[in-house]
Design a protein around this ligand. Sequence first.
Ligand code: AKG
Length: 371
Amino acid sequence: QLPAARVEALSLSGLSAIPPEYVRPADERAGLGDAFDLARTHANDHTAPRIPVVDISPFLDSSSQQQQRDECVEAVRAAAADWGVMHIAGHGIPAELMDRLRAAGTAFFALPVQDKEAYANDPAAGRLQGYGSRLATNTCGQREWEDYLFHLVHPDGLADHALWPAYPPDYIAATRDFGRRTRDLASTLLAILSMGLLGTDRGDALEKALTTTTTRTAADDDLLLQLKINYYPRCPQPELAVGVEAHTDVSALSFILHNGVPGLQVLHGARWVTARHEPGTIIVHVGDALEILSNGRYTSVLHRGLVNREAVRISWVVFCEPPPDSVLLHPLPELVTEGHPARFTPRTFKQHLDRKLFKKKQQHKAKAEEE
Ligand code: AKG
């Protein structure tokens, strides 16, 4: 088997036109462009909708008033319902730790491609963790303009540090600490989101529905956090390519940091909105698992990653997922009423993932037959 072509190597080769397998179909190309141009247009358009910024510090500060907490619950609820995405401020993760995480991932990707190959994954052989590039999984043979590093980050007992970069020396410590802090943030947000659905005294509902454990200790925690570092090289024809094609996340929540280069777009109404740079915040997506538990009250946000000519974009996405087989995901019983029947059939996380992949394959097949 030939080694996978790395997009970074392609980008560094200085080509002026991208290979045909990276060119998206005409219907998808309509809204694409250089992410810097789109971000500038969005910033200058004062009527453009903006992804909400929500400060959750009242939940981390024991001296805060109930009214501040209620306002915070309502702001998070509204953002999760109307957008399925928000910038979280006041999240309690130290800026210094976020800088260390970014510095570590950036230093790893600054290594020559051949050094990173020591960490190559092999999805065909079932080895998903490691350094990779999305292969064409669809019948159209289309590829995405990015390389990535993927591994489980929490719980620490399940993380295989042998698969994590040994360089830079701070990679493991910084990434592990960030995973731990993100796990705590996930609990805080799930509590706020639960209160938004069921009231102040039901803050435990969502986390209970996502896990099998009643006490959260390092040993028995079964909410899994997977880290994907996306590396989007410069692209000579950003109007023809995407870094990550439009999708919703299968996770309950996803947390995103990035290096300040624009690229993330989310669908709001019928419009693609470019995420702004909100320094210090963490972007949070509602994923499919939370949409199911909330019976559709919270929206699993459709999003994509665009590329640009000028600068490398790097993003750190932590997917927060229930265990694959031991939890049955279904709408919380209190949210299923005569007026609001269940919109989702019960399924495990793994079944949901399999169904989604199957549907995607069917769609590609139907499209290929059409053409
Ligand atoms: C993904 O990796 O699933 C993404 O959606 C990446 C988004 C981003 O790079 O901001």
